[in-house]
Design a protein around this ligand. Structure first.
Ligand SMILES: [Zn+2]
Length: 988
């Protein structure tokens, strides 16, 4: 029986009803009287929801945290709603989440793929336009004489041409809107869930659904197999005897502290299981923690749980895009109910604590305080270096399992839990739970089939990695008993490394390694798992050199010599220079990801963030484990900057140091490959030094390592550079530095705009003055437009009389327009629709009057009587005189003072004539974004809410537009580095 999005709950369409749940009554139910009004209201709403059953659907992710007060009231209300069973508590959590989401104004069950109205309108217009074109074409041919009304006054060729142009224009508009909407969508998604954007880039959005029937059969053949292990194997008999005297794990009790600890480590908004509850709600609904603990204990005591708890929803994620939609090419990731994730996480922590004493040190897939895969790679590196320097014999083998997680029989896992004396009640609980495991296979969010899991473990559950590691742990004991292995110079012996299903074996001779392979094979066959031979491999070295062999013959087939493309834990392994191969692979992938980021529609800040968190981890992983020559690192950083430049995101003459400085300090915030490698190397070195005293292999690693010189050079700052830092030094005296760079952090500009403004700040644009003075490629440094003054950036952005009338005026009006619209909104006056529309000179209602660029009649003559905006608040009897300026950044303070002085006369006149209290407010932003320390205070005196960032962004965008003005003549001397692909807007 399939029910999409629903949860089986007793009494709701269940065919074979499970045994009734034994419950627990929470002791903390409180009386109605102590609830606040809102608490009572919440309680009633939640109760009402509980009584009506509706199928569960995905709840919205909250964009803002609900207020503390609301959460307090919700928790108080929850304390007044008792629930006996975990099923009821889960229902309560879901319904409470629904009530809160609704209260906060989220629409539930809203279809995200909805067609936006603007698109429908535009597509309608295109359809009409297309029909008109074809009608007019027919008309021209003489096939008809019907003329579309719109074109009746035009001649036929003229009408046809107009109609065609109209169609092209509409189609272009649709494309532009779609691109803009997509850009906004992806930036918004990125700000909350960057991982989703990355996964789309990796091609996971174009999920081609696997064939239904084959997929169902494929997974049924794996999971519904009645597999058991060989209980009579000799080695198993021996192990049982070895373990018979071990003490059993003490009783397991779940406390409120356990719940809190586990809940705090869960991710708030990861995709929920079939119960549709995000972990977020478990975190916030703290009133339920106590009963959750008690009800979970009750489940353990009963040794069973209701079925819905482990009912999964399995998403099939494609592995290799080249292999296409064959069932074996998908990884089955299962989402389980949030309540189960809570319980299984707690159980896993308790079992882990007990297993600590038995878990083999060679197993690094789980456990705290180790660096997992990296630890294994360090051990591996120690061994291969030892072999090369001492010219010893070394034989290794890589073992791969077919469908490792999905093929480990339940009987074997339970046998292991007994071998390692996991608490008996817990064992019984897990046994009963396994008997109920089942999941719904899903592709493209549609259910395919329900499958029972009789064999293997859920991928995606907190308990699974532990169960899997416990199932392979006896192998470690057996291998250790053989006494084989490779001996390092300091006497430490390594025979094998386990990392989840990755197994690597080490021995000193071909005979020994083959014996280890046979032992592993026997163990695996007896526990019901088989090798994936094509991914197994072997390597034989004699006196430090790799020799070719025929491989090893097993009953199932041959394990061949290692090939060049073999990877262990993601790092290439081969007989040649595999470190170089690893570096090359990482660098290629890194650059490919950088290109992907730069081609995206993310804004400037998000692009940098994506490079830092999506591309750089590719470098970080092998760093520290393999050596990385300085020249290679630098070459990759140079290549990164070239790519940025090619995509218009970095001006070639701009400051490199500033590119890597933090955004809050005026930089772009990019992290270099060089910093990444250095950081990770330092981390790994610290880890090795910490572990070496207790880990003989790592202490050997430390010994092998040649001591390195510490590089203590203080990095120079871009702020000290003569040209690049000039702007910074100039505005330091007049501006609030932190706020002046705020646009980098908050404006969300395109990377090309960021690059342009920064290049302007750094004097990195080719103006005539720079060409003459710095590069000596030009005689005449004067402005190409006015020929009056040297053509500097300052002159172009705020000092040229040829630009004052139109370009500067437009920028000024944009900034003033923002302030104006905010004032209108404050007084409920009609806000101009477009930001390009000039506001009316006077608007008025009974609360206020706003004048825009209005010449004010005065009794006495005053110096200035036409400020940008005058607001009169009729009720408060106040007036605010606002004047906006976008001067040179170094002049902002002077300008602010000037404006204040200039309107004092008008202020006195107005107070006298109109009998209101008048304030003069200057709004001054530097052309390149500098902000005076007082701007915030000034803006607060203006009615309505105008943020510093909004006016700053507007000014900076206006300046960018001036710098990109196609009217401006291009420089005569081309910068050769710009020849192929000029960065967007580098005209000056
Ligand atoms: Zn000029």
């Amino acid at each position: 029986m399939l029910r999409q999005g629903g949860v089986r709950t007793p009494g709701q369409g269940e065919i074979s009803s499970p045994p009734p749940e034994i419950g627990y009554i929470a002791p903390s139910a409180i009386g109605e009287g102590s609830l606040s009004a809102r608490g009572t209201d919440l309680k009633n709403r939640i109760m009402a929801k509980l009584e009506t059953w509706i199928p569960r659907s995905r709840l919205p992710r909250l964009r803002e945290v609900p207020s503390e007060g609301l959460l307090d009231d919700v928790n108080a209300a929850l304390r007044a709603i008792p629930t006996t069973t975990i099923t009821d508590t889960n229902k309560l959590i879901y319904n409470t989440a629904t009530v809160i989401s609704e209260m906060l104004g989220y629409k539930l069950n809203s279809d995200k793929g909805q067609y936006p109205p603007w698109r429908r309108r535009l597509e309608g217009k295109i359809k009409v336009a297309r029909r008109e074109v074809s009608q007019l074409t027919e008309l021209q041919k003489g096939a008809t004489n019907k003329v579309p009304k719109k074109y009746s006054k035009l001649s036929i060729p003229e009408a046809l041409e107009t109609a065609k142009q109209r169609l092209t224009a509409l189609a272009s508009r649709l494309r532009r809107y779609t691109r803009e909407i997509e850009g906004r969508r992806i930036n918004q998604l990125f700000s909350t869930e960057p991982a989703k954007v990355y996964s789309q880039w990796q091609g996971n959005n174009k999920r081609t659904a696997p064939p239904r029937l084959e997929t169902e059969q494929y997974w049924k053949s794996i999971w519904e197999k009645d597999a058991t292990h060989n209980g009579n194997a000799q080695w198993l008999e021996d192990l049982r005897a070895d373990h018979s005297d071990l003490p059993e794990q003490g009783p397991v009790t779940i406390t409120v502290a356990d719940i809190q600890e586990r809940v705090s480590s869960m991710k708030s908004w990861t995709a929920p299981g079939p119960d549709m509850v995000h972990a977020y709600w478990l975190k916030k609904l703290t009133a339920l923690h106590e009963r959750l603990a008690a009800q979970m204990n009750q489940l353990l005591v009963n040794e069973r749980h209701p079925e819905w708890l482990t009912e999964g929803r399995t998403v099939l994620i494609p592995k290799d895009p080249k292999k296409g939609p064959v069932p074996s090419n998908y990884r089955p990731i299962t989402c389980l109910s949030t309540t189960w994730k809570l319980l299984s996480g707690i159980m896993s922590a308790k079992m882990n604590r007990h297993m600590g004493q038995y878990m083999s040190g060679t197993q690094k897939g789980i456990g705290k305080n180790t660096r997992g895969a990296k630890h294994q790679l360090l051990v591996d590196r120690t061994i291969s270096r030892d072999c090369k320097t001492r010219l010893t014999n070394l034989c290794t083998a890589w073992i791969d399992y077919k469908k490792a997680y999905d093929s480990m029989p339940h009987s074997w896992i339970l046998e292991c839990l007994e071998l390692y004396k996991i608490n008996g009640t817990l064992r019984a609980f897990i046994r009963n739970s396994m008997g109920m495991w089942r999941t719904t296979l899903e592709a493209n969010s549609k259910p395919i089939a329900q499958v029972t899991i009789k064999c293997g473990i859920y991928q995606g559950d907190a308990l699974s990695p532990l169960l899997f590691c416990i199932g392979l742990n006896p192998l470690s004991e057996i291998i250790n008993k053989t006494g084989y292995g490779y001996r390092l110079q300091n006497g430490a012996v390594v025979s094998h490394l386990l990392y989840m299903d990755d197994i690597k074996l080490y021995a000193k001779s071909e005979r020994d390694i083959d014996s280890l392979i046979h032992t592993t094979r026997l163990y695996s066959n007896d526990i019901g798992m088989s090798f994936g031979l094509e991914k197994c491999s072997r390597m034989v070295s004699k006196r430090g050199k790799v020799v070719r062999t025929e491989g090893i013959e097993l009953p199932e087939g041959n394990i061949a010599d290692i090939e060049d493309s073999y990877k262990y834990l993601g790092i290439p392994q081969a007989n040649g220079n595999h470190e170089e191969a690893a570096r090359k692979a990482a660098t290629t992938k890194y650059l490919q990801r950088v290109r992907q980021v730069l081609r995206s529609q993310l804004n400037g800040k998000n692009k940098i963030r994506a490079i830092n968190t999506y591309a750089l981890p590719v470098i970080r992983y092998p760093a520290g484990v393999i050596g990385w020559p300085k020249e290679e690192i630098e070459a990759t950083d140079i290549k990164t900057r070239k790519l940025l430049t090619m995509h218009g995101g970095f001006h070639p003459k701009s400051s490199t140091l500033r590119l890597y400085a933090k955004r809050k300090e005026g930089g772009r915030g990019l992290v270099s490959v060089s910093t990444t490698v250095q950081d990770e190397t330092t981390n790994i070195q610290e880890y090795i030094r910490k572990m070496a005293p207790t880990d003989r292999v790592l202490s050997e690693y430390l010994r092998q390592q040649k001591p390195k010189k510490e590089e203590g050079d203080e990095e120079p700052s871009w702020k000290d550079r003569p040209l690049h830092g000039m702007y910074h030094r100039q505005i330091e005296e007049v501006a609030d530095i932190q706020k002046s760079y705020q646009w980098l952090d908050k404006a969300g500009l395109k990377d090309s705009t960021e690059a342009l403004i920064m290049a302007a700040q750094e004097q990195a644009l080719s103006t005539r003055s720079i060409e003459a003075g710095v590069y000596h490629t030009r005689q005449d440094p004067r402005c190409r437009l006015c020929k009056d003054a040297p053509e500097t950036i300052q002159h172009i952005t705020a000092g040229c009389k040829m630009l004052a009338g139109k370009a500067y005026m437009e920028r000024h009006n944009q900034v003033a327009g923002i302030v104006y619209r905010n004032i209108c909104a404050e007084y409920n006056l009609e806000v101009p629709r477009s930001k390009w529309e000039m506001p009316p000179r006077v608007v008025e209602n009974d609360r206020a009057k706003i004048l825009w660029d209005f010449q004010i009649q005065t009794d006495k003559m005053v110096v200035a009587n036409q400020p940008d905006i005058v607001v009169v608040d009729k009720q408060k009897k106040t007036a605010v005189v606002i004047d906006v300026a976008v001067p040179n950044d170094s002049n902002i303070r002077k300008k602010e003072h000037e404006k204040l002085e200039k309107y004092q006369g008008l202020r006195e006149e107005l107070e006298r004539m109109w009998r209101v209290k008048v304030t003069v407010v200057p709004v001054v932003i530097g052309a390149l974004g500098a902000v005076t320390p007082k701007l915030g205070e000034w803006l607060q005196q203006i009615p309505g809410i105008t943020s510093e960032i909004s006016v700053q962004k507007s000014a900076v965008l206006g300046t960018a537009k001036i710098l990109q003005d196609p009217q401006a003549p291009r420089p005569l001397v081309e910068d050769p580095s710009l020849k192929d692909k000029p960065p967007a807007g580098a005209c000056w």
